[in-house]
Design a binder for this molecule. Structure first.
Ligand code: SF4
Ligand code: SF4
Length: 332
């Protein structure tokens, strides 16, 4: 996970947290773009998952403005509407929030009228890629390790978003009088302020930025690291099914572990095995017993695949979970 330099100055260990690319979310050739061969690929191309209005912190908007080019132009266009523009940054305008509310399933990935104001034509579609917000950095339509991976990404999102807000508030405390407390900033004032905010962060001393590193932030770092370690743990001897949903298909069952966008096709007899993964017997015993019941062998690799895709997990009483699986969609 690449994060902006100011966040790394507050928290250098962000660079070492194990959050790499998610190859199933193949953005350059969008995994969710409609394809006749895949009924689950349903996002309207080309807006894809960028049917979303980010919450762009002041200093990130300023960095994008300073960078110039298409990203700066897109931010200036967004600033023509002051609704949602404040000393803290740029959030969705009221009309967008009202039209979206309660309709995520209908509009996300599907309704181009919700296209991000910073979206542009092209393989990756983002004009402010280096300065995008925490949700855009941590959201993926598909996650290799399924639910475990999504829990880890959620923890990373909470951490990065928290740092963005802290830095934005730190900037706001230093904002000039014509900016502080103004609900809707005029475009020219907002542009000048956001560039100033980026400069303020650049010029901040290490001591000032270290002061943003509170015990709460340290707890979020620990939580993200712990969730990543849980994501990467080896397959235990005892597992239970963690399916979020399943649908009958001609070839078997299309199942999910965390999101309707991330589906796995399993054989039609899969519940003979899953029903025996009861949290008490080992998965090897469950495989042997299901094989006997079916009259054909089940490869152990199938259980490894279920584990690696987050479709089975450790029994809940052993998990010690303290971070809920937040919304899997970037919903406002
Ligand atoms: S994360 Fe977005 S752009 Fe990337 S593959 Fe998924 S829907 Fe497409
Ligand atoms: S900021 Fe970039 S990545 Fe995020 S929604 Fe907009 S175009 Fe997509």
């Amino acid at each position: 996970m690449q994060v902006p330099d100011p966040l790394l100055r507050v928290l250098p260990e962000l660079a070492d947290l194990p959050f790499g690319a998610e190859p199933l979310a193949s953005c350059a050739s969008c995994a969710m773009a409609p394809r006749p061969s895949d009924p689950d690929a349903v996002f309207v191309s080309p807006t894809r998952c960028c049917t979303y209005h980010p919450r762009l912190a002041s200093f990130l908007a300023g960095r994008a403005l300073r960078r110039g080019g298409v990203g700066a132009e897109r931010i200036r266009q967004r600033l023509r509407n002051p609704d949602g523009v404040s000393e803290l940054g740029i959030v969705p305008p009221t009309g967008t929030r009202e039209r979206w509310a309660g309709r995520t399933a209908q509009v996300f990935g599907r309704d181009p009228s919700f296209a991000c104001p910073y979206w542009v034509e092209g393989p990756l579609g983002c004009s402010i890629h280096e300065d995008r917000d925490a949700v855009c950095r941590t959201w993926h339509c598909k996650v290799v390790t399924g639910q475990r991976g999504q829990v880890a990404w959620t923890a990373a999102n909470v951490l990065v978003a928290s740092l963005e807000r802290r830095l934005a508030r730190w900037c706001a405390e230093r904002a000039p009088a014509d900016v502080r407390g103004v609900e809707w900033l005029p475009g020219d004032v907002a542009e000048r302020w956001f560039v100033d905010a980026a400069r303020l962060v650049d010029e901040a001393s290490d001591e000032e930025l270290r002061a943003l590193r509170t015990s709460r932030v340290e707890a979020l770092v620990e939580a993200a690291a712990r969730r990543a370690a849980e994501r990467d743990r080896p397959l235990p001897d005892v597992v239970v099914p963690t399916l979020a949903s399943w649908e009958r298909r001609p070839e078997g069952f299309s199942v999910t572990s965390f999101s309707p966008f991330d589906r796995v096709l399993l054989p039609p007899w899969i519940f003979e095995l899953l029903s025996r993964l009861d949290g008490e017997r080992t998965w090897r015993d469950a495989v042997d017993q299901a094989s006997d019941a079916l009259g054909h062998p089940i490869a152990h690799d199938l259980v490894w695949m279920l584990w690696s895709r987050g479709l089975v997990g450790v029994p809940v009483e052993n998990e010690g979970s303290d971070i809920p699986v937040l919304s899997v969609l970037p919903d406002d």
